[in-house]
Design a protein around this ligand. Structure first.
Ligand code: B3K
Ligand code: ZN
Length: 835
């Protein structure tokens, strides 16, 4: 399979004005008639992408043509084309039922739906399927199904047909079509300029009562984008469809978002606080794409972070505004460290703007998304909030309706601020998590900090240049009072910062996690505990506790300071319970593994598991009889609410329950909590604790019985067991009648949860865990390459584990690589993993 390179970009030979599509829907023989108006671009032959299509007929300006058709598309020589433009018509036949890749048009439980990003449209009709070709679409759908939807506004309908028109030019990846027996929940939103927008969420009959939170999140997102970014919605209708079979979380198709039902459906009984928050943020994310992604899109797929990094940053700020900003920041950094730092440290490391790919779907990564968002956060940190707003307004004004690049994005910041951002651009070009070492020296009048940065080598990038690293800092005196603060930009290999003061301060660095780096600060004994007790920056306060815990986890050292500090935070009633819950949590095994590897040591997942257990036990012992009263103090009165202070209280109560379970008799309390739970958050928390202790048998049976048929909840039932079960347990689950592995959510609930969330069994010394994963990757690859390739990243840290394990993984990677047929998705991933 060919490698696509950013450096090879050329403008389209032909551009498109309008597209008319007629779909005659049928499960295994849908006919698509296309009428496309082409206008000259760069000029040359006409190349139209097309995959898995049956071409029935084609014509140019009404005259039949016989183009050269291959597996990837068709071409017509320039000589056969009217040079001022022409109308292309063709009819293709496609097979939605047999489409198991879930790209293009497919069937999910009797419902037709599409997924066209990144390159699914070429599975519907022949087209220049690249985001810099934007056109106006009119769509006619013919089918007996009652609900027929596409982008934009409905311009006509009758029995067995409907027509839609989207007035805004868009790239093909934003095209969508849905047809099925669906029910809607409707509402409306009045924009700040007074336009009424109809809102509809489409679900299967029976699911209508689980849409309220999604609808409310949508309205809050629309308001927020007006208030914070000055962006109004631009159509009279905004629709969301929930579908059970979906490769990703959701998709921002113009005016017709399609969602994995996991990010739409929720009730207190079936969804956890985390699920509600996930819905709020994904609804916001897809909605925000309307401006950052749809109105201004990407010139090519190398620019993916232009829309994704920015939109993640926007949804993070939205959640911070809706909920607790410090807690949101802590969660985001935890996620960044767990997924992106991990990716950046291994064979899959790539820049926020990659320079080559074989399969673009392999680059919808934590680096493009989450590190991309961090880069924008840094940019705002460096230029300031006001200049950020000016630059964004310029961006919307200058580039509305265009397909843009990272250069365009940085240019608006340069123009708005007069700054030179060429060094900043390295954040888009250089992969790897920079390490920032700090040395401190106090000479009686000045405290001097010396920052040394090092960006590690990554695949294809042996040598790196220094990057501008914004370091927010605060200086605390012995009583915990903050006497100075500021922003230092570490923009050279070595930089220094002098703080005049009369006594050696305790430095709080990288506040709010102002840059995505590994900070190595050789603090003096007691400094971290001091900051855990006093830091005025909540993020750093949390992180100080984290660092203390990590020290003990890495060296098996003393946990006294950490336990003391955590105990004091827990009992500080002035602190938000959600924050206290975060302080209580111990770094996960994956994070400990990363820190181990970063310290240059070999990762033994069994040792890590044992250490983590010991550290939690120490904390439980230290807090001993304070745990139960603290938990009781989080009692919530009144009905369940996913908003306000209740989720934080539940998180704290359940975190405490996890520690109580480590004490004698604690499991009885967990069982009682399970029996009493009246919402999914508490129920699943108790179930997880019981299962983690091998005491979940009855609870699991009860849970399964109670939720049989509610697939999003049954996913959770699989997930819990996947994370704590033995391989034998997993094998029994694989044989379970409800393990419908063809549904991505169910496959992920069992296979991905096992591979990513059950390190001791996955890394079992006999290699059974690796073999199990490889078996299922091969099986899934034949059905749905995107899901298989994504799941293969579970092997991405394989060179950090013990040699015996590395050898076992190498065998499995080799086995996958030599399979007789392998998708381009998975073969690219396996190739990069083995390189
Ligand atoms: N843009 C989509 C992701 C599409 C995934 C393609 N493999 C969802 C999002 O990021 O909002
Ligand atoms: Zn997105």
């Amino acid at each position: 399979d060919p490698t696509i390179r950013l450096a090879d970009y050329t403008r389209p030979a032909w551009e498109v004005d309008t597209v008319h599509l007629t779909f005659r829907l049928s499960p295994d023989a849908t006919e698509v008639r296309a009428r496309i108006r082409f206008k000259p671009g760069r000029g040359g032959d006409l190349w139209l992408d097309g995959q898995a299509l049956d071409l029935l007929e084609a014509a140019i300006d009404g005259k039949p043509v016989a183009p050269a058709v291959g597996k990837q598309g068709l071409s017509v020589p320039a000589a056969d084309l009217p040079k001022d433009g022409f109308e292309w018509t063709c009819t293709t036949r496609i097979d939605p039922e047999g489409n198991t890749s879930l790209e293009g048009l497919y069937l999910s439980q009797g419902m037709y739906c599409t997924q066209c990003e990144a390159e699914g449209f070429r599975r519907i009709t022949y087209f220049p399927d690249r985001p810099d070709v934007m056109a106006i679409y009119t769509v006619r759908i013919e089918s007996d199904l009652p609900v027929l939807l596409s982008n934009g506004n409905r311009i006509g309908s009758g029995p067995g047909w409907a027509e839609w028109h989207d007035p805004w030019p868009k790239p093909a990846y934003l095209f969508a079509l849905v047809a099925g027996d669906l029910k809607s929940v409707t509402d409306s939103f009045t924009t700040r300029s007074g336009r009424k927008v109809d809102l509809a969420i489409w679900v299967r009959d029976g699911d209508q009562d689980r849409c309220a939170y999604a609808m409310d999140s949508l309205k809050r997102s629309m308001r927020w984008d007006e208030e914070v970014y000055g962006r109004e919605y631009d159509l009279d209708l905004f629709q969301i469809v929930a579908v059970d079979d979906f490769n990703a979380g959701a998709m921002e198709n113009k005016g017709l978002n399609i969602f994995n039902s996991k990010y739409v459906l929720a009730s207190p009984e079936t969804a956890t606080d985390g699920d509600f928050e996930g819905i709020e943020s994904v609804i916001a994310h897809e909605y925000f794409h309307n401006w950052t992604g749809n109105r201004i899109t990407c010139r090519d797929w190398f620019q993916l972070s232009l829309k994704e990094g920015l939109t993640v940053f926007r949804d993070q700020c939205f959640t911070a505004d809706m909920r607790s900003a410090p807690v949101k920041r802590i969660q985001d950094v935890q996620g960044l460290r767990a997924a992106q730092f991990r990716e950046d440290a291994g064979p899959l490391a790539h820049p926020v703007r990659p320079e080559e790919y074989v399969e673009i779907n392999n680059f919808y990564t934590a680096t493009v998304y989450e590190k991309g968002a961090e880069v924008i956060r840094m940019l705002r940190e460096i230029v300031g909030a006001e200049a950020y707003e000016t630059a964004l307004n310029l961006y919307f004004e200058r580039h509305d309706g265009q397909a843009c690049t990272i250069e365009d994005w940085l240019q608006v910041f340069e123009d708005a601020t007069g700054r030179d951002l060429s060094q900043f651009k390295l954040w888009y070009r250089q992969a790897g998590t920079p390490q920032l070492d700090v040395e401190e020296q106090f000479d009686g009048t000045v405290h001097r900090l010396t920052f040394r940065q090092n960006v590690p080598a990554t695949p294809g990038q042996p040598n790196k240049q220094p990057m501008p690293i914004p370091v927010r800092w605060g200086a605390l005196d012995a009583s915990g009072h903050e006497f100075a603060n500021g922003l230092h930009i570490a923009d050279a290999a070595v930089t220094t910062l002098d703080i005049p003061c009369s006594a050696r301060p305790v430095m709080s660095l990288l506040r709010g996690f102002s840059a995505p780096v590994h900070l190595k600060q050789a603090e003096q004994v007691g400094d971290r505990a001091h900051r855990l007790a006093h830091d005025t920056d909540p993020f750093n306060r949390w992180d100080a506790g984290r660092a203390l815990a990590m020290e003990a986890l890495l060296d098996g050292g003393d946990t006294q300071d950490w336990c003391d500090g955590v105990g004091r935070v827990l009992e500080d009633e002035a602190l938000d319970p959600a924050f206290r819950a975060m302080v209580l949590s111990v770094p996960g095994e994956g994070e400990i593994a990363q820190a181990t590897a970063l310290a240059g040591r070999v990762v033994d997942p069994d040792v890590i598991h044992a250490r983590r257990k010991q550290v939690r036990q120490n904390l439980a012992h230290h807090l001993s009889d304070r745990l139960a009263p603290l938990r009781d103090a989080q009692q919530i009165d009144g009905p369940y609410s996913p908003d306000g202070s209740a989720p934080g209280k539940r998180a704290l109560a359940n975190g405490l329950l996890g520690l109580i379970a480590l004490q004698s008799d604690g499991l009885n309390l967990a069982q009682a909590a399970f029996d009493r739970a009246d919402n999914m958050t508490d129920s699943l928390a108790a179930l997880t604790i019981l299962t983690a202790h091998g005491a979940g048998k009855n609870a699991l049976a009860h849970f399964h019985h109670r939720w049989s048929g509610v697939s999003l909840v049954i996913d959770k039932w699989f997930g819990v067991q996947a994370r704590f079960g033995s391989i034998a347990d997993i094998e029994a689950l694989l044989d379970h009648t409800e393990f419908t592995w063809r549904t991505p959510n169910r496959f992920r609930a069992l296979i991905a949860s096992f591979a990513f969330g059950n390190p001791t069994e996955f890394h079992r010394k006999d290699g059974a865990g690796y073999q199990l994963l490889a078996d299922w990757l091969l099986r899934m690859d034949a059905l749905n390459p995107m899901v298989a390739a994504r799941t293969s990243t579970a092997f991405d840290s394989w060179r950090t584990v013990t040699e015996d394990r590395q050898a076992l993984i190498a065998t499995q990677l080799e086995r996958i690589a030599s399979a007789p047929t392998l998708s381009k998705d998975t073969s690219e991933m396996i190739g990069r993993l083995r390189a």
